[in-house]
Design a binder for this molecule. Structure first.
Ligand code: FAD
Length: 564
């Protein structure tokens, strides 16, 4: 049924008409926050269809530069976490910003008579269904190819990219101009929109802040279909809401990312510690210095005696005789991983600087390993691991990952319990641990972090081996995560989840703490029907028919239904 026949259908039911009209009117009423929009949602001229077949045909009737598909929805029903399977009704393959805006306006027009929600899908590398929209519309952001990657040189160089662009493509393109973004994730086959909706944290974040700190401007399609350009100065509320905003306020269609001169090479160093305090003291020392490494991370090695042998193919020991004598004796070890950028002509001064920095540290002397590789090879390092795992059929398996931000004051207690008592091995995936300085991070974004200047990112990144039992089994790994979370809560460690996932409203409230009301208020302002990013499970779209009294209440702050 097309829009015209659906109009006739609805005219038969005056009560429904009144309700839908009220919903539409109310959804256009601004919340208490500034709407700061460039465009407004027009009042629909026709009534929306309510039956699923009508909805499908109404999607088909949209005038788009790209297209909509229905038969391949299984391709976007899962994510990297591989634990949820929730197919959408349709996939939008947008060619332009206006395709995305038209889709959003259409769904606003349908109002709460349809249960359609919208998930922008970057590379689908979420872990717990955050990029899924069950029976809704998934927007494949990688289809949005405009603008092309455009680089601007000058004093403050930057690059304009589409929100669906992969970071690896941005790196390859900017390197042609001798430039590069400053802040990264460990893995580059992720999209700009996907990481900016979270934070984008890696070993450069202590120096430059996360990726959300390194954006000059965004173009956003809000939950009402408005296209808004925003920056720190222009529509700043929307700008900061979207950064780290878990996709709740709008779809990032374009981003302007700051650049710096790119080095050609990196000196990549690993050293080991058996004492956690010495390890974390050295990490904190390095991130507090002005002249220091360009990247500081670290990882935990539990019960892996073969590790140093594994490194030999890519890293060289400083003293091979001493290194070959090193025995871990089954102890938990902590590896500090640091990198210094350099160009070949600066090799001598780079060696002097790294030598000086290393001399200030207290690692086990026989465990100094290093290598020199091109900058792009270092940044794209996880892709090499991906290829190996894919070849063994171990990439597309369930990934029960847990990412935590732990305040400095709690890290020793956390490490003592978690690395010695809860986790008994890390054979099935890395455990990353490194500190960052919050003073270098912008406090206005939506990202929630612990309330201390220095906090650690701890990432437990296991892969569950299909058809296995014991420690590689999904259930076992999920219970292990739960033990870690329960310990943090019981010991009151004031930990925050990164890439957060919660089941209840209470948990989301406690995650946001005193920022919850503002978050809900902004949701109401930019996505009043709670259409966007349903897979985050923070707000739920209202699909039942509301009475005029209930509708008028829905104007109140935080009105979109929340999961309980
Ligand atoms: P998706 O999974 O497709 O989407 C994530 C969320 O953002 C969804 O809610 C989606 O609806 C929303 N979204 C997607 N695109 C847009 C858009 N254009 N506008 C608005 N909302 C949008 N993270 C780090 O910070 N540091 C790391 O080092 C790191 N390493 C990783 C390594 C691997 C192997 C993997 C799989 C993930 C890693 N991550 C890391 C996590 C990663 O940053 C997040 O999972 C990110 O969301 C994935 O990006 P994506 O493009 O696949 O987004």
């Amino acid at each position: 049924m097309g829009l015209t026949s659906s109009l006739r259908f609805h005219r038969r039911n005056n009560k429904t008409f009144l309700r839908i009209f009220m919903i539409l009117v109310l959804s256009c009423i601004p919340g208490r926050t500034n709407l700061c929009s460039n465009h407004s949602v027009s009042t629909p001229k026709e009534l929306p269809p309510s039956n699923p077949l009508d909805i499908r045909s109404s999607l088909v009737s949209l005038d788009l530069e790209g297209y909509i598909s229905f038969d391949d929805v299984h391709n976007v029903a899962k994510d990297f976490g591989n634990r949820y399977q929730l197919p959408p009704l349709a996939i939008l393959h947008p060619r332009s910003v206006s395709d995305i805006s038209s889709m959003m306006k259409h769904i606003v027009h349908l109002g709460s008579t349809s249960n359609l929600t919208v998930a922008a899908r970057g590379h689908g590398h979420s872990l717990q269904g955050q990029a899924l929209a069950h029976q809704g519309v998934v927007i494949k952001m990688e289809s949005l190819r405009s603008p092309d990657i455009r680089i601007y040189k000058g004093k403050q160089p930057y690059v304009d990219v589409s929100g669906g662009e992969l970071w690896i493509n941005i790196l390859r393109e900017t390197l042609k101009y001798g430039l590069s973004p400053k802040s990264w994730t460990d893995y580059l086959h992720l999209t700009v929109g996907g990481t900016l909706s979270n934070a984008g944290i890696s070993g450069q974040a202590f120096k430059h802040g996360p990726q959300i700190n390194n954006v000059y401007q965004l173009e956003i399609v809000t939950g009402k279909g408005e296209v808004v350009t925003c920056s720190e100065k222009l529509n700043s509320e929307l700008f900061f809401s979207v950064l780290g905003g878990l996709g709740q306020f709008g779809i990032i269609t374009r981003a302007r990312i700051s650049l710096e001169p790119a080095p050609q090479m990196v000196k990549w160093i690993r050293v080991l510690y058996s004492d956690f305090s010495a390890f974390s003291r050295d990490q904190e020392h390095l991130i507090s210095k002005e002249k220091t490494f360009d990247y500081v991370e670290g990882f935990v090695i539990i019960n892996r005696t073969d590790l140093l042998n594994n490194w030999r193919s890519s890293f060289s020991p400083n003293d091979s005789t001493q290194a070959s004598r090193f025995k871990s004796d089954g102890k938990t070890l902590y590896c500090l991983e640091v990198v210094k950028y350099f160009n070949p002509e600066e090799a001598n001064s780079m060696h002097q600087e790294t030598g000086k920095l290393l001399s200030e540290l207290n690692y086990i002397p026989s465990t100094l390993f290093s290598t020199e590789v091109p900058y792009i090879e270092f940044l794209d390092r996880v892709h090499i691991a991906e290829r190996k795992l894919r070849a063994k059929g171990l990439w597309e398996v369930p990934h029960p990952w847990l990412n935590l931000l732990i305040p400095k004051s709690s890290i020793y207690q956390f490490a003592t319990e978690v690395f010695n008592n809860i986790l008994t091995s890390n054979n099935n995936g890395p455990i990353l641990i490194y500190p960052v300085n919050q003073s270098k991070w912008n406090k206005h974004t939506s990202l929630i972090t612990p309330n201390e200047d220095i906090f650690y990112l701890v990432a437990l990144l296991p892969s569950a081996v299909p058809n296995s039992s014991g420690k590689n089994d999904l259930e076992y790994l999920l219970k292990q995560n739960q033990r870690v979370i329960s310990f943090c809560a019981a010991a009151n460690l004031n930990v925050k989840q990164y890439l957060p996932h919660y089941e209840t409203q209470q948990e989301w409230k406690s995650h946001f703490g005193n920022r919850w009301e503002t978050f809900a208020q902004k949701k109401h302002a930019y996505d009043p029907l709670a259409i966007l990013a349903p897979g985050q499970r923070i707000f739920q779209k209202t699909t039942r028919q509301l009475s005029p009294i209930q509708l008028s209440k829905s104007k109140a702050i935080g009105s979109p239904q929340r999961y309980h």
